[in-house]
Design a protein around this ligand. Structure first.
Ligand SMILES: Nc1nc2c(c(=O)[nH]1)N[C@H]1C(S)=C(S)[C@@H](COP(=O)(O)O)O[C@H]1N2
Ligand SMILES: [Mo]
Length: 168
């Protein structure tokens, strides 16, 4: 009888523990690059760890500067064979990238905004905050747009980059 009680207690503890662990899990750990492109790709979290890593600072709404680490969006777009550097001319200059997030937030960037030959600052897709995983509310991937006066374009929970040609 005592054993029975004990195992029920144990079961309860295990159930509660695993439920609280689950609550901290992120969604699927990959991002998709798709749209009007020949080479759509899916990039997983572990692949991002093998790419060139950058750390940039973002000042939050609370005024605190935090270090976010990840890979440059331009290196991610390279995997989808998007035009870069000198190829960014002619009709390629009318390309835009819609960044979509799990909560429905969406933003548009023109392709050159991600390109270091056009822009002095580097936009990254971060998978680490101060060396740890991102908080669930922000992760697994957050766009970090450094050197802006507001944080509105540093989108939480990014799931997709959708590339299109702007049309009149
Ligand atoms: N997906 C998503 N990202 C988002 C938002 C949002 O509502 N959804 N809010 C933005 C706004 S308006 C701001 S000011 C910053 C806040 O980031 P912080 O919590 O690091 O200060 O997140 C931005 N990223
Ligand atoms: Mo904001």
């Amino acid at each position: 009888m005592i054993n029975m009680k004990r195992s029920i207690k144990l079961l309860l503890i295990v159930t509660i523990l695993s439920a609280s662990l689950k609550a901290q899990e992120h969604g699927p750990s990959f991002i998709t690059i798709r749209g009007d492109i020949k080479t759509p790709v899916k990039i997983y979290d572990n692949q991002m760890l093998t790419m060139d890593r950058l750390t940039v600072q973002l000042t939050g709404r609370d005024g605190t500067a935090r270090n976010y680490t990840g890979v440059s969006v331009s290196n991610l777009l390279k995997l989808a064979k998007l035009p870069q550097g000198k190829e960014l001319r002619g009709e390629n200059l009318s390309m835009y990238v819609m960044v979509k997030s799990a909560d429905g937030y969406q933003l548009v960037f023109s392709l050159p905004e991600f390109d270091s030959s056009f822009h002095g600052r580097t936009i990254i897709l971060a998978d680490r905050l101060e060396g740890g995983l991102l908080p669930v509310k922000e992760g697994p991937f957050r766009l970090i747009v450094p050197n802006e006066k507001v944080g509105a374009r540093s989108s939480f929970q990014v799931t997709e980059f959708i590339v299109r040609y702007g049309k009149d």
